[in-house]
Design a protein around this ligand. Structure first.
Ligand code: SF4
Length: 352
């Protein structure tokens, strides 16, 4: 996998500056972490806060919860809804007293066996309390990761959940698993919000593939909503008499790691004027053009399982190609055979 350690670092830096002060933050008591996670499962933070404070005041530890009657526990839950959560909490507290002496087991699998605790909650408990590297993957994490890498895998399937869990585990700074998990969830909750996130202040603005392709609203993809989407690709074959630029495609898509010309991607077709306005041509071409743009291929259709691509290729000759911009490499036309390219690029190259 590419080195994505910068993602973890950026998230942790962002979290340092932006995290909300909440009573279950930066604590290592598995009991309180557990209570907060169960309360927050179907409850907004503001409402959950009040319930959490009252709950842990009355039931400050596993022992106190186990000794209470179910009726009293339900009373403290009244108004939160989904009462099975309270019943399961109570039952699990009794299991903890009966089988573990009132302490939480440190083993993920044992935590997972407790009533009402699923993979997400077990991961939260063992990572926040003991820094164990189990990723938490909630709606906030799905949204952020699916946008960052423009991932078309639906998030509401077992396969999708597994995919995103593995991705989060790969990105995780294992030495700071608890902080990483809190940071990525908080980032999704506060910055990469469901609608109209303020991408202008986002630390991932330069890497976010959904932002680059103006397709934020498309992510996360849900199975039931999955349908074929059109995407428009505008490639720029920039060269002088001896060299041209190519770039390795990153991210998680099917063309990941293949090489291609500089490209602008869009969910909607762009006019030439619109395209020129958003193309960072000044970054790509620091030299004087030797002529105008030449359209070599227009709207070449390429059908993938979930997408229909329309590719347009422009050629721009410059007098002298200087050092390539960051991320690009400069090669001779003959050298391109040494680099793997996707079908659309090959189609273009075959026509040269
Ligand atoms: S640039 Fe926008 S969509 Fe992308 S991660 Fe940041 S907030 Fe989310």
């Amino acid at each position: 996998m590419e080195n994505f350690s910068f993602i973890s670092k950026k998230l942790l830096d962002w979290y340092d500056l932006n995290q909300r002060e909440l009573p279950w933050r930066n604590i290592t008591d598995p009991y309180r972490i557990w209570i907060s996670e169960i309360i927050l499962q179907q409850t907004r933070v503001i409402q959950g806060l009040e319930y959490y404070n009252r709950f842990v005041l009355r039931f400050p530890d596993v022992q106190a919860l186990a000794e209470a009657s179910e009726q009293e526990v339900l009373k403290y839950w009244q108004g939160l809804g989904y009462y099975s959560r309270a019943r399961n909490l109570h039952a699990a507290a009794r299991t903890l007293v009966d089988e573990y002496g009132g302490e939480f087991p440190h083993n993920y699998a044992d935590v997972l066996r407790l009533k009402g605790i699923g993979e997400y909650t077990a991961a939260a408990i063992v990572s926040f309390a003991w820094n164990q590297p189990y990723p938490v993957v909630d709606g906030n994490v799905f949204r952020f990761l699916s946008r960052l890498f423009a991932i078309d895998e639906p998030v509401d399937t077992a396969q999708g959940k597994k995919y995103f869990t593995e991705l989060a585990a790969e990105l995780m700074d294992r030495s700071q698993a608890g902080a990483f998990n809190q940071a990525i969830m908080e980032f999704g909750a506060l910055q990469c919000i469901p609608s109209a996130p303020d991408c202008g202040v986002c630390p991932f603005q330069n890497e976010c593939m959904a932002y680059a392709s103006r397709s934020i609203a498309r992510y996360p993809v849900k199975r039931n909503k999955t349908q074929t989407q059109d995407r428009y690709l505008y490639y720029f074959h920039i060269h002088d008499t001896e060299h041209l630029y190519i770039k390795q495609r990153c991210g998680k898509g099917i063309w990941r790691n293949l090489f291609e010309f500089p490209v602008i991607e869009s969910e909607t077709p762009l006019t030439f004027e619109e395209l020129i306005r958003i193309t960072p041509l000044k970054e790509w071409v620091t030299d004087e053009p030797a002529g105008a743009f030449h359209v070599r291929i227009e709207n070449r259709k390429h059908v993938l399982s979930h997408r229909v691509l329309y590719a347009t290729f422009f050629e721009l000759a410059v007098k002298h190609l200087s050092d390539p911009p960051e991320g690009f490499i400069q090669i001779t036309p003959a050298e391109i055979d040494n680099y793997p390219v996707h079908r659309l690029m090959q189609f273009y190259l075959d026509g040269l």
